[in-house]
Write a protein that binds this ligand. Sequence first.
Ligand SMILES: *Cc1c(COP(=O)(O)O)cnc(C)c1O
Length: 407
Amino acid sequence: MKRLRTTAVHGGRDDLADLGVHAPPLDLSTTYPVPDQAAGGRALQDLAEGAAHASSPVYARLHNPTTARFERALAALEGTAAAVAFGSGMAAVTAVVQAACALAGKPHVVAVRPLYGGTDHLLSNGLLGVRTTYAAADRVADAVTPGTGLVVVETPANPNLDLLDIASIVRQAGGAPVVVDNTFATPVLQNPAALGATYVLHSATKYLGGHGDVLGGVVACDEAHAGPLRQVRALTGAVLHPLGGYLLHRGLATLPLRVEAAQRTAVELARRLAAHPGTGLVRHPSLPGADPAGLVGTQLRGPGAVLAFTTREDPAAVVGRLGLVTPAVSLGSVDTLVEHPAALTHRLVPGAEREASGVPANLLRLSVGLEDVEDLWEDLDQALSGPCERNYIKPSSSGPGKLVQTG
Ligand SMILES: *Cc1c(COP(=O)(O)O)cnc(C)c1O
């Protein structure tokens, strides 16, 4: 077992030397010749029943070699036997619910808020035929019943960076499968499977791809749980396009460097934001008081590169004054992104429930990228300082003060 940075660069590339190539080939085939139709039939059956590979991929909805290399690399980084990739993070969440609840005949879910708004809405709206009980992190055991197919948690949570103790959730689940959304931490900072999580889920759209140009999802787990996920993927067609598999595999090589660099900047910005008169509450696991259970340094190897803060002024006005930081949903890209959860990512979570889960209406989420920390700070500082304070030139002895328009 090699160390993290080495695995990030070399994972999933074990067959390249035999193929005589250096970069992983991008296989765009939708179908594969099966001159021996009996052997082709056996391969089709194996893949449809959840096998990781067969004598032929047969058809691209069943298997793709480019995507399979990304899956092997991600599994190596998470320390699991397998990983199964999907067309988006939400397709991955859906497949986990279908495998753990529908296929297992256990239509009850226990979830801890806050969760990514899409996940929250999917679990609440009945689309997947499950009933969801939301529980506090220390009351999960009370909510689990014999009909519970899945326990859903996120840590650090989107969007307010709440931390929860994965080992405690696993204990409370009492044998029910637990999915941990590891999107914010990435395998660089946290490996939930080592703490007993059944499924480790990523919106690969975020840090794994890392450049804001590929939509995908992936679930790392043991082989026994990967089979049903592949079955669901083949039947529902929730596949990742091979170009996405190629780009995600390429993104993994630089994942540790990107996460470590963005995290350093986020720690510094969190410290400065906490001292800024334009902010109220600042949330980042690096800040004093953010980690009462002592999870940073044990469960979580670092505080990560997403932070959140409330604004004294209307958050929309603050966002409107930003110049370098891009106002946009999503996160984990090379560039810094800011968004207003109550208006965008968590819009579909009922307001009272959003507030109760620690996501106030004036909270902004900042995904710190790879820019120079001083340029980011200049932009945030001027946006938080308000138009008057910023542009007001003190009266000179000869005349009245005036407001000047600046960028
Ligand atoms: C974005 C996100 C998702 C959904 O992923 P998509 O790739 O957008 O479908 C799920 N969980 C978390 C924590 C996310 O940030």
